[in-house]
Write a protein that binds this ligand. Structure first.
Ligand SMILES: Cc1cc2nc3c(=O)[nH]c(=O)nc-3n(C[C@H](O)[C@H](O)[C@H](O)COP(=O)(O)OP(=O)(O)OC[C@H]3O[C@@H](n4cnc5c(N)ncnc54)[C@H](O)[C@@H]3O)c2cc1C
Length: 395
């Protein structure tokens, strides 16, 4: 029933914001599911959870796909013709004139969530019916989804546009919407004729990115032994470090640094900002309980200093010589990695990112399509029995 888009979303888990922020990790979800259910009965759900690991691995192996998308967004914000920018703003605000699509647009703005099928329809509507640049639609999702994930979002939009899987474009069709959306979502049928099956045609979308894989960067899977004073940076990419190998750090100074986006146009919507604030507070509460530190720093940031400057300032204040954190996966935070590393090195602070064993086991397998990936991963997960951890079978 997952594909049915119900108004109350009772056919889906709605776990994605929590999994994305790693308030609960993929590993925990998969482990718990396999403790409680036979593999055969849970395979479809496990596949869904593993889509995230697959997309993340795919993008880690091709970080240039992310940077090209972000360059295109900046370019289009400045250079797209005025009518295109105006129409994009109308459609995003839920004023396209196609009532069912406008309903989804408003749901996204008001709740930060859309069902997977609704995301597919809406993205396809944006690209193939409205003829708008996919990058601007992906950027709109980026600012308004609670579960925004650089990999899942960018690569799903590319897939709808026909770039991700050669020869495959996802087209929204009236018959499909009417089959999978309940009558109450379709009670206002204005504009629906624009989705008539024989009317919707794929637009041809230009590829700007180089999609060839590059070697995955090497990172340690456990924190370094260090005699020097160490700080642990709690950031939004991993909201449960106390349940990772970073939990073994000896007396670190926890640092919580959240800064507004560097560019005002990248600021998330109010619903997302509030959700992130609460998620961060939750993660921070667990970290400080776990380490029970003598000193800690909770720094919200006022936007005047960059992330790198803020971390350097904290190093001066607290005298740490090493900064450790969970890996910054490809995305907005990792975009600041080089600047942070250089700034810290200038003041003699060593920076170490630590990769979760789950990511180290799965990302390198994302070289081809999802079903090749699932073939290897599913075969191993099937062997998880009582008392076996999923990590043991995956490694
Ligand atoms: C255009 C488009 C953009 C998307 N953008 C994002 C995004 O920014 N972030 C995001 O997490 N998902 C994204 N998705 C994937 C998917 O729509 C959501 O993960 C899913 O709808 C979340 O709802 P749920 O938790 O109720 O999912 P369920 O159906 O209950 O699935 C269980 C879990 O599996 C995972 N999952 C399912 N499908 C995917 C997928 N395709 N990729 C990654 N994880 C998946 C999620 O963690 C989810 O919580 C996008 C899909 C499309 C078509």
């Amino acid at each position: 029933m997952r594909n049915r888009v119900l108004a109350d979303h009772s056919n889906v888990s709605r776990l994605s914001p929590a999994i994305r922020a790693r308030l609960v990790s993929e590993e925990e979800v998969v482990q718990q599911v396999l403790f409680g259910h036979p593999f055969e009965a849970s395979e479809k759900f496990l596949q869904e959870v593993l889509w995230r690991s697959y997309w993340k691995g795919w993008l880690e192996l091709r970080p240039q796909v992310w940077s090209t998308y972000r360059q295109r967004v900046r370019h289009l914000r400045r250079e797209a013709p005025e009518p295109v920018r105006r129409r994009a703003a109308e459609v995003a605000a839920g004023r396209s004139g196609v009532a069912v699509m406008d309903r989804f647009a408003r749901e996204l703005l008001e709740t930060g969530y859309l069902h997977n099928h609704a995301r597919m329809w809406w993205a396809s509507f944006w690209i193939h019916v409205e003829g708008l640049p996919w990058e601007l639609g992906a950027d709109h999702f980026q600012r308004h989804l609670l579960d925004f994930d650089p990999a899942s979002n960018t690569l799903s939009w590319r897939w709808v546009a026909g770039l991700q899987t050669p020869g495959k474009t996802y087209l929204v069709r009236r018959s499909n919407v009417e089959k999978y959306a309940p009558p109450e979502l379709l009670s206002d049928s204005s504009g629906i004729e624009r989705l008539d099956d024989d009317r919707v045609r794929a637009v041809s979308v230009e590829e700007h990115a180089d999609t060839r894989p590059v070697p995955l960067g090497e990172l340690p899977a456990s924190p370094p032994d260090s005699a020097s004073t160490t700080a642990l940076w709690v950031h939004d990419e991993d909201g449960s470090v106390e349940q990772s190998l970073l939990a073994k750090l000896a007396n670190p100074i926890p640092l919580s640094v959240m800064l507004p986006a560097a560019d005002e146009a990248d600021e998330p919507g109010a619903v997302v900002a509030e959700w992130r604030r609460q998620a961060h507070a939750d993660a921070w509460g667990r970290v400080t309980t776990h380490f029970d530190p003598k000193r800690w720093e909770n720094c919200a940031g006022d936007g005047e200093d960059s992330l790198a400057q803020t971390l350097v300032g904290l190093a001066g204040e607290h005298g740490f010589r090493r900064l450790v954190c969970a890996e910054l996966a490809v995305g907005p935070l990792a975009d600041q990695r080089d600047e942070i590393r250089r700034a810290l090195a200038d003041v003699g602070v060593e920076w170490t990112e630590v990769r979760r064993p789950w990511d180290a086991a799965l990302w390198p397998l994302a070289r081809k399509g999802f079903f090749d990936f699932w073939d290897r991963v599913g075969r191993r997960l099937r062997k998880t029995g009582e008392g076996t951890s999923v990590l043991e079978v995956l490694r």
